[in-house]
Design a protein around this ligand. Structure first.
Ligand SMILES: *Cc1c(COP(=O)(O)O)cnc(C)c1O
Length: 470
């Protein structure tokens, strides 16, 4: 079998890809309907400086984690150190997915990362396969479903607090469960009485993050676990807030049975535009047999092998997950070590508490840890737009809904005191601005006020339509 690459000739004519297979020649072009093919492609003729200028300009129009403070609460947007990119860029890391299983170094790294996450989460087994936190939730809930089913116990409900992230509702629905929402108590924590009333013989799992989305630690988490376990349900830990706990406390020790890790949050791998990330799922011993396949284990001969856990829920992603994201997270964990990880969460908590002291908005729920939710008492989205003029990324707005006009703020450990002061100034400017000023913000950004509905419904994604002047 020979393979000829398709190519564009100098005068813009398409030379079709031809595949010779057992001497039968297949013209790929002929397999496509005429209205989907074209003979000529108008490619822009540009010099290298023009192309470089175009991309540099685009990058300058954007605001990223490397541009400055990025306190997008719940997302843990931390600086992505380039040394992890260097490792991911090594030739030896460029393994074709079909070959991953035959390369021992690849398996050793995956096994090492599984092990690190097991220790950090206090769980017995971890699968690296899910490509995002939400995908980890979905995998974790499929595990819960299989577990209950294998015991002849059909349970149709997943219980979540009213402060839960939207993906919790969505993952539960996708995994075939109905969602039961429980109201939080006056202190912003899970209300044990409300929880007891909500769980029962139909409860498959209770999903919660800790610290919760208010940044408040669920002090009674072991009691919560007891209530859920007594009802026969499983405890699911949403790992999005793990940055507050690194080296301080472990979900497994709190009574959680299933959890996910957001490597693009806690372990500084890039978020990308919704991916490619990695959301490994961890479980206690009793659930290890349900993990996605393939899973990496020691082969008993000093090496590693892939195998299918006996009651596996199957595959939840192609090949072995987002390999290069795994390399970056592994490098980050190895470089920081135990001491570095502990200090990351300590600094994250310190920074959030420092910043909250420096801003003019009230924070109704405390004590909080790595993030806090302030109340803007005026339109939080407008406050965010004004903050853009002060060279920072604004916090998450209007969620969780139990805080009026929420400004959910998470500076992370990467800010120094100067960065925190820059953030505080931006909050002050927004608090002091009059309504007219707010309504006209932002003034100093590349794009001014946009029509948010139109931007979401009719996104302009191609270079052809990008009108920079507008
Ligand atoms: C980010 C987040 C998720 C979902 O994670 P993704 O990796 O973005 O899919 C779930 N729960 C909470 C609380 C989050 O902040």
């Amino acid at each position: 079998m020979t393979y000829d690459q398709a190519r564009w000739t100098r005068d813009g004519v398409f030379e079709p890809l031809t595949v010779e297979k057992d001497s039968t020649e297949v013209e790929v072009e002929s397999a496509l309907p005429d209205d989907l093919t074209r003979d000529k492609l108008e490619l822009p003729e540009l010099s290298e400086p023009e192309v470089a200028g175009h991309y540099i300009r685009l990058s300058q129009m954007n605001y990223g984690v490397e541009s400055g403070p990025y306190p997008l609460g719940s997302c843990t947007m931390k600086y992505n150190p380039p040394f992890t990119e260097d490792l991911a860029g090594l030739e030896s890391a460029a393994v074709h997915p079909e070959r991953e299983e035959s390369v021992q170094g690849t398996l050793a790294l995956m096994h090492g990362l599984q092990r690190h996450l097991e220790v950090i989460g206090g769980v017995d087994a971890v699968s690296l396969q899910p490509p995002a936190g939400a995908a980890g939730e979905y995998a974790g809930l499929l595990i819960a479903r299989s577990y209950h089913e294998s015991r002849g116990d059909e349970r149709g409900e997943v219980v979540v607090p009213d402060t839960a992230h939207g993906t919790n509702f969505a993952s539960a629905a996708m995994a075939g469960f109905s969602v039961v929402k429980v109201p939080s108590g006056d202190d912003g924590r899970v209300d044990l009485d409300a929880l007891e009333a909500a769980v029962g013989e139909d409860t498959a799992a209770f999903m919660v993050t800790n610290p919760n989305t208010l940044g408040v630690f669920e002090r009674e988490i072991t009691e919560v676990a007891e209530v859920v376990h007594d009802a026969g349900g499983l405890m699911y830990y949403d790992g999005a807030n793990l940055n507050a706990l690194l080296g301080q406390a472990r979900p497994g020790d709190m009574g959680f049975d299933v959890m996910h890790f957001n490597l693009h949050k806690t372990f500084a791998t890039p978020h990308g535009g919704g991916g490619p990330g990695a959301g490994p799922v961890g479980v206690v011993e009793e659930l290890a047999g349900y993990l996605p396949e393939p899973h990496v284990r020691e082969d008993g001969d000093g090496g590693f092998e892939l195998y299918r856990p006996e009651d596996s829920i199957g595959k939840v992603h192609g090949f072995h997950g987002n390999w290069l994201a795994l390399v970056k997270a592994y490098a980050y964990i190895e470089r920081l070590g135990e001491e570095g990880l502990c200090s990351a969460s300590e600094m994250a908590v310190l920074n959030a508490n420092y910043l909250a002291e420096r801003i003019p908005f009230e924070v109704p729920y405390s004590p909080f840890h790595h993030e806090f939710v302030a109340s803007a008492e005026r339109d939080a989205a407008e406050v965010a737009k004004k903050m853009l003029d002060h060279g920072v990324h604004p916090p998450t707005t209007k969620w969780p809904e139990i805080v009026d006009e929420a400004l959910m703020t998470e500076p992370t450990e990467v800010e120094g005191v100067d960065g925190l002061e820059v953030l505080a100034e931006a909050f002050h400017a927004a608090a002091e601005a009059d309504d007219e000023d707010l309504a006209e913000s932002p003034q100093r950004t590349t794009s001014r006020r946009i029509d948010q509905v139109k931007a979401a419904r009719e996104p302009v994604l191609s270079w052809r339509d990008l009108d920079i002047e507008k």
